[in-house]
Design a protein around this ligand. Structure first.
Ligand SMILES: Nc1ncnc2c1ncn2[C@@H]1O[C@H](COP(=O)(O)OP(=O)(O)OP(=O)(O)O)[C@@H](O)[C@H]1O
Length: 295
């Protein structure tokens, strides 16, 4: 099934100039008990700051703690230590109605669009679900909002009555994005949101996300094990390894001078697009191999 014709295309999204901090997390620590004796340190003193309007990339291999960070930021995980402030509100202390109100302002888009969508529901029901859950609007206004959201993600009204199984992975992910945006959030956590898609569809969805960010002033936490995709999207990048942030910086800083061995290893696994980065990478590979850098 082909992608809709309204797919945006073109150059990499230009991240907006970052504004004031929207999320400030400090000292996040989380241990998971594995049986009676073993404990897994999933987060070990993780601190980060995400500014309004930016895309904050969180990279690292599987199991390094990326999703655990996102659950902590959204107030979905009791922590052993640490604090999370969202727009000045302490997430870890909010309960009941206050936490529900805050959650409206932060939404998630997951990796597997088929698993994330209720296969028995139509697209219109899926996109309207968060509005219903939060008691927003009446039937007519929710239907109008659904139409607006579908238009926003490049799916026409013809998609209203489709079911997930009648759509491609890219189209399903657009529906997941429409659902996430229906509540008009400020922060969207994109957890491996394009990882399950074919490369060409990935590019279309990334372009769409970039466009939506600019139009709606969204802030993204962009989680991926794929540094190439993070380099394309993120203005700030943090690298995680075994529950810790081992390196961080602006995209330019990080990709020009990765200091940490682990980041260099992650980087050497991606094809370079920027010739400066590629030259630097070859130089550093030669130096590491003990070959003199002749040019
Ligand atoms: N509820 C849980 N109980 C026990 N261990 C958990 C739980 N949730 C996460 N973990 C463990 O915490 C560590 C970090 O997991 P997390 O999902 O945050 O990693 P990740 O970097 O997002 O990996 P992936 O890219 O595979 O999703 C892993 O070792 C994982 O097995």
């Amino acid at each position: 099934m082909s992608e809709p014709e309204t797919t945006p295309s073109g150059a990499a999204p230009v991240p907006a100039a970052p504004g004031a901090p929207l999320v400030v997390a400090s000292g996040l620590t989380k241990h998971f008990r594995l049986g009676s004796r073993e404990t897994l340190v999933a987060l070990d003193d993780v601190s980060l700051e995400i500014r309004r309007g930016e895309t904050f990339g969180l990279v690292g291999e599987s199991g390094s703690g990326k999703s655990t960070v996102s659950r902590a930021l959204l107030g979905l995980l009791p922590l052993d230590a640490g604090s999370v402030q969202f727009d000045g509100l302490e997430v870890t202390r909010l309960k009941g109605g206050e936490l529900r109100r805050l959650r409206k302002r932060m939404q998630m888009v997951f990796q597997d669009p088929f698993a994330a969508l209720n296969r028995r529901q139509s697209v219109a029901q899926i996109v309207a679900a968060p509005l219903e859950a939060h008691g927003i609007g009446d039937r007519a206004s929710r239907a109008a909002r659904v139409e607006e959201m579908l238009d926003l993600v490049g799916l026409g009204p013809a998609y209203r009555e489709r079911r997930p199984r009648e759509m491609s992975g890219g189209q399903c992910q657009r529906v997941a994005i429409a659902r996430a945006l229906a509540l008009d959030p400020e922060l969207v956590v994109l957890d491996e949101s394009v990882s399950a898609l074919d490369v060409s569809i990935q590019a279309q969805v990334l372009n769409l996300l970039g466009e939506l960010q600019q139009r709606l002033g969204l802030t993204y936490l962009f989680i991926s094990h794929d540094l190439a995709v993070v380099r394309y999207m993120a203005s700030t990048v943090a690298v995680m390894q075994r529950g810790r942030i081992v390196e961080r910086g602006s995209r330019e800083q990080l990709f020009r001078s990765a200091e940490h061995e682990y980041t260099r290893q992650l980087m050497s696994a991606i094809p370079a697009v920027d010739p400066t980065v590629e030259r630097a990478r070859r130089r550093s590979a030669r130096t590491e191999a003990g070959v003199s850098s002749g040019g």
